[in-house]
Structures are given as structure tokens and as C-alpha cells.
Design a protein around this ligand. Structure first.
Ligand code: APR
Ligand code: PHB
Length: 389
């Protein structure tokens, strides 16, 4: 088979890119290792910046997001008994939209047929070939035989563990990485949220986050050592821990209920540079990971995809290859700033096992400073709503 662009991975990044290309009449094929149910089974952060909402609007796939997404004008940082409200609307004139990543992926998946976006699910052994040349190709196995797709560009949207990044020779790229000594234990439950806005809490027993998917579905997290097992955390233990860490005001409003999902996600900061190698472009988790503290993962994938789509459209519609050459620098400039913000918010809101009294005093001083400074709050707010694309 021949196509202009072969996209590896049908997560949010691959599907957004595929739809953006198709909406401009550029042909592409998306290869996905898993089946549609697996892709929809993953629960991830659900705070959308403008860039993500705008892509869904440009695709005309934002009807449900507009109807069901919750517009949030602020969020809260809790420490001890104190609560700092970051009024993002007043400080930046913007807002974020709380809408589950699973729902956004569903909207993109359901529009495949109507928009003529070809996605091959259950494509096994996907391998990239000749990515340094102008005629790369991809092979995969399906229905008991091997297939080959010849194309002009390959876009790796296959997440952190996919084959695309690994197709770049070790000498051609550099990985920057920080692994954190804790993970987030998340619980999803059909109970009303304890607060109408998110609360990120730094408590002496550890971090906690109160989030939500809707007025009737809550998402909470506590941080735990990476060695911890989900089986050691019956629901009641998580609810007890949340009630302590989120502080008395929030605790009074927590409604407990049985978990409908429970998992531990490790925290990692990771960047692979450059994000283009010859005819291979990397987007989303294939190129970078942020700890979830700033809710930047999906939004960074969205800005990568926007830049990649612009570059590919310039190439195929106007014969202009400059934006392809500039793709990596443009994407990385935004990626590094989001990495910085996610890392600094993680540093501020978690208790690190190696921290001594000095590091703890620095956290308290910084939180006190943020509580009293509009400038500090503005810096947090403008990063949280998303830096310009
Ligand atoms: N072949 C084909 N597809 C693959 C392969 C492979 N060998 N390996 C992985 N994939 C698919 C995965 O099954 C998944 O559907 O690539 C997709 C990658 O999706 P995500 O991991 O969701 O990554 P991305 O689309 O970049 O999303 C970025 O969404 O999932 C979150 O944490 C992520 O918030 C971040 C954002
Ligand atoms: C979530 O709702 O899952 C969520 C929200 C905000 C974050 C991380 C996760 O920073």
C-alpha cells in the first residue's frame, strides 16, 4: 500500500493528527497495535488547554466537549490548613475545560468513518524502515500475513513504549530523563466531587489531588512509593488518606463510593531531542513525558500535532519543506517550558524522601510567597492554562 503519511499509534495524538490531515484532503493511514476497546480503556488526566479545545473545534468534533466539559476558572493549592486559590480567569483571561481524555479519544474514534480516516487496529510487529531517507516504509503483521506501507513521512504517535523513537539511531538523538521516587495512586468513583475546582495538596503524609470527570464522577489521587501495590490499597484506605491529606474543609465534603478504576502511575520527566529525524516526526508521549502534576501530557501532544500538521500541509500543499525542517525546534521550545512547569509544580507539591528540613522550609517559603504574590500566581496561572502555541 502507498500513502503520503503513515501515523503510528491511534491514541489522542495519532487520531488528532490523522483527522487534521484528512480534513485538508491529505491521505494518511494510522496503525495501532491494540484494539479500539483497549485504547478507550485507559484513564488519563482530563484538563484541556485552549490548544486542545481549538483542535477539536477546528475538526468540528467539539459538540460533546462543549456540552459536557466543565469550564474551570481556577484551581487550588492546599498546604496544611491553608488553601491558595489560583484565579486563572482573572489572572490570564483564559480558562481550562475539564473533560476526560477517554471521552476526547472516543469523539475522535467515533468520527473515523464519517471523515474517511483509515485506522488499522491490531497491527502487530510494526517496524519503521529507512526513516533517514525520502522514501521510508512501515511493515506490520495482520490477519496472518505481513503488510508494507510506503510513504513520504512517518509520524510516531505511539507513546512512550512504541517503536518510533527507537528507530532513531542512538547517536542521532539525546534522551533527558528524571524518574521520581513515587507514583500516583488514582481512584475513579461515581460520586460528586468534594469541591467544584481541583485541589492539589501538599500534606506531611504526602501529595493528594481532588479532580473530577463530571458533576457526578470524581477522580482522586494520592502519591505512594513506587514499590507500592494497588492490592494493598482497598478503597477505604484511599478515602481515609484523601480525607487527611486534602485538609478538613475538603474532607467534610468528600463523598465516598466504590472505585470503578484504581491504578498506580509512575511519575517521570522525559524529553527526546530532536523530535525529527529525516522523514520521521515524533509527537506526544513518543517524544516526551511529563509528571501529571500540571495536566500537560495531552495538551503537549496537541501542540506537537498542530505543528506537525502545519508542517506536513505546507509540504504537500505548497511544496514548502521549511516547516518540516523547523518542526523539532518549534515543538521543543514549548515542550521544555511545559516540562519545567510540570517538574516545578511536582517539586513544590510532593514530599521527596531525600528532602531534609531545608528543602521543606523552601517549599513552605515558596507556598507562602505564592499565597501573597499576584505576580507568582500569574506565573502559575499562565503556565496552567497553557503557554501560546
Ligand atoms: N504499534 C502500533 N501502535 C502502538 C505501538 C506499536 N508497536 N506501541 C504503542 N502503540 C499505540 C498505543 O497502543 C497507543 O494507542 O500508540 C498509542 C499511543 O497513545 P498514548 O500513549 O495515549 O500517547 P499519545 O497519543 O502521545 O498521548 C499523549 O495522552 O495517553 C496520554 O499520557 C498520554 O497524556 C498523554 C497524551
Ligand atoms: C485528572 O483529573 O485525572 C487530573 C487532573 C489534573 C492533573 C492530573 C490529573 O494535574
Amino acid at each position: 500500500m502507498k500513502t503520503r503519511i503513515c501515523i503510528i499509534g491511534a491514541g489522542p495524538a495519532g487520531l488528532m493528527l490523522g483527522h487534521l490531515l484528512r480534513s485538508e484532503g491529505v491521505d494518511c493511514v494510522v496503525l495501532e497495535r491494540a484494539g479500539p476497546d483497549y485504547v478507550l480503556g485507559r484513564i488519563r488526566a482530563g484538563v484541556l488547554e485552549n490548544v486542545t479545545v481549538d483542535i477539536m473545534a477546528r475538526l468540528g468534533l467539539d459538540a460533546r466537549l462543549r456540552a459536557e466539559g466543565l469550564v474551570h476558572d481556577g484551581f487550588n493549592l492546599a498546604y496544611g490548613e491553608r488553601l491558595i486559590r489560583i484565579d486563572i480567569a482573572a489572572l490570564t483571561g483564559k480558562h481550562v475545560v475539564v473533560y476526560g481524555q477517554t471521552e476526547l479519544t472516543r469523539d475522535l474514534m467515533e468520527a473515523r468513518e464519517a471523515r474517511g480516516l483509515e485506522v488499522v487496529y491490531e497491527a502487530a510487529d510494526v517496524a519503521l524502515h529507512d526513516v533517514g531517507s525520502d522514501a521510508p516504509y512501515v511493515t506490520y503483521a495482520k490477519d496472518g500475513r505481513m503488510h508494507r506501507i510506503d510513504c513520504r513521512f512517518i509520524v510516531g504517535c505511539d507513546g512512550f513504549h512504541g517503536p518510533s523513537r527507537k528507530a532513531v539511531a542512538a547517536v542521532a538523538g539525546q534522551a533527558f530523563e528524571k524518574v521520581y521516587p513515587f507514583g500516583w495512586l488514582g481512584i475513579l468513583a461515581d460520586v460528586p466531587p468534594c469541591n467544584h475546582e481541583l485541589i492539589y495538596a501538599n500534606h506531611e503524609r504526602g501529595f493528594a489531588l481532588a479532580s473530577m470527570r463530571s458533576e457526578t464522577r470524581s477522580r482522586y489521587y494520592v502519591d505512594v512509593p513506587v514499590t507500592e501495590k494497588v492490592e494493598d490499597w482497598p478503597d477505604e484506605r484511599i478515602w481515609d488518606e484523601l480525607a487527611i491529606r486534602l485538609g478538613p474543609e475538603a474532607a467534610a465534603h468528600i463523598v465516598r463510593g466504590p472505585s470503578i478504576e484504581k491504578s498506580i502511575a509512575p511519575l517521570r520527566s522525559f524529553v527526546f531531542a530532536p523530535m525529527r529525524h529525516g522523514s520521521l516526526l515524533l509527537c506526544g508521549d513518543a517524544a516526551h513525558i511529563v509528571p501529571p502534576t500540571g495536566a500537560k501530557g495531552l495538551n503537549l501532544a496537541a501542540s506537537d500535532v498542530l505543528y506537525a500538521a502545519e508542517a506536513l500541509l505546507a509540504f504537500f500543499k505548497r511544496g514548502d519543506g521549511d516547516a518540516i525542517i523547523g518542526y523539532s525546534d518549534k515543538a521543543l521550545a514549548r515542550v521544555w517550558k511545559a516540562e519545567r512547569f510540570s517538574w516545578s509544580l511536582t517539586r513544590l507539591m510532593h514530599r521527596f524522601p531525600e528532602d531534609g528540613p531545608f528543602e521543606r522550609a523552601m517549599q513552605v517559603a515558596e507556598l507562602d510567597y505564592i499565597a501573597s504574590s499576584r505576580a507568582a500566581q500569574t506565573a502559575i496561572a499562565e503556565n496552567y492554562v497553557g503557554l501560546p502555541v
